[in-house]
Design a protein around this ligand. Structure first.
Ligand SMILES: [Zn+2]
Length: 262
């Protein structure tokens, strides 16, 4: 292998339809970046929300976040299919292109749910499992994130991530500092985390997915921090939509298989 340029692909995903998504979209657009917006279609109750989805689709990727945002692992198989099919149909009618990305509500998934997602024609799905950046994707329908703004963010997973990023520079203080920020303002914590990526040298192309809730960014009044996070993301990697990242990593894995066969 020659001296290849390694790329960290950063996918910025935003869940739960609210008008705040348009504010996020404007921030992304002024940074020249595209995001993936996951829409729970039951929240589309009028032409107003339909207009929001249409406007988002002009500049970004639209994915499904189910119809009524249930914990899919608690539904009958039939109801799971209903949620997956209906939201796909509604979104495709509005955005007039195929919707291939899915985000599990609450991150909740099991084998039955994943199989249903596959059968309904989705090619990529995001969980809320926190892991260091992925270099080899095991399953495109169980993609982990490097960070999310949920309360159930797992401290141990964050610790693992920091250890992987910082190697011998990792200290307990770094973790505690970040963890305090997570409680205060997760968008600020995201900034701190992305700054730590600056000195990280991946051994191969890597994928880092981030999940934020626009309504939460509004509640925290963290628009400036979001702007800053997007600027930092651009400095450390290449911002892509989830579907773009899927294509890139699927191609990479195919190449590797060919190499192994030789
Ligand atoms: Zn959600």
């Amino acid at each position: 292998m020659g001296a290849e340029l390694l790329t960290l692909y950063i996918v910025l995903t935003f869940d739960d339809l609210t008008p705040d998504m348009l504010t996020v979209s404007d921030i992304l657009k002024s940074a020249g970046a595209r995001g993936t917006f996951f829409i729970n279609t039951a929240a589309i109750t009028s032409e107003n929300e339909e207009g929001i989805v249409k406007e988002l689709a002009e500049s970004h990727e639209i994915g499904s976040h189910s119809h009524s945002h249930p914990d899919l692992t608690k539904l009958s198989t039939e109801m799971v299919y209903g949620e997956l099919e209906l939201s796909k149909q509604i979104l495709e009618r509005i955005v007039k292109r195929e919707v291939k990305s899915f985000a599990y509500p609450y991150g909740a998934h099991n084998n039955i749910v994943v199989e249903a997602v596959r059968k309904c024609g989705y090619t990529v799905a995001r969980t809320t499992i926190v892991e260091p950046p992925t270099t080899t994707v095991e399953d495109f329908l169980r993609l982990p994130v490097v960070f999310h703004d949920f309360l159930h963010l797992n401290k141990e997973a964050v610790e693992n991530l920091l250890k992987k990023l910082l190697k011998e520079r990792y200290t307990q203080t770094t973790l505690e500092h970040l963890w305090r920020q997570v409680a205060e303002n997760p968008v600020k914590a995201l900034n701190t985390l992305l700054e730590l990526f600056k000195d990280w040298e991946p051994e191969e192309d890597a994928l880092a997915i981030i999940l934020l809730h626009p309504w939460k960014v509004r509640e925290l009044n963290a628009w400036r921090e979001l702007e800053q996070a997007i600027t930092t993301a651009k400095a450390i990697g290449k911002i892509a939509t989830l579907e773009e990242a899927r294509k890139t990593f699927a191609a990479k894995q195919n190449n590797r298989k060919l190499e192994l066969r030789r």
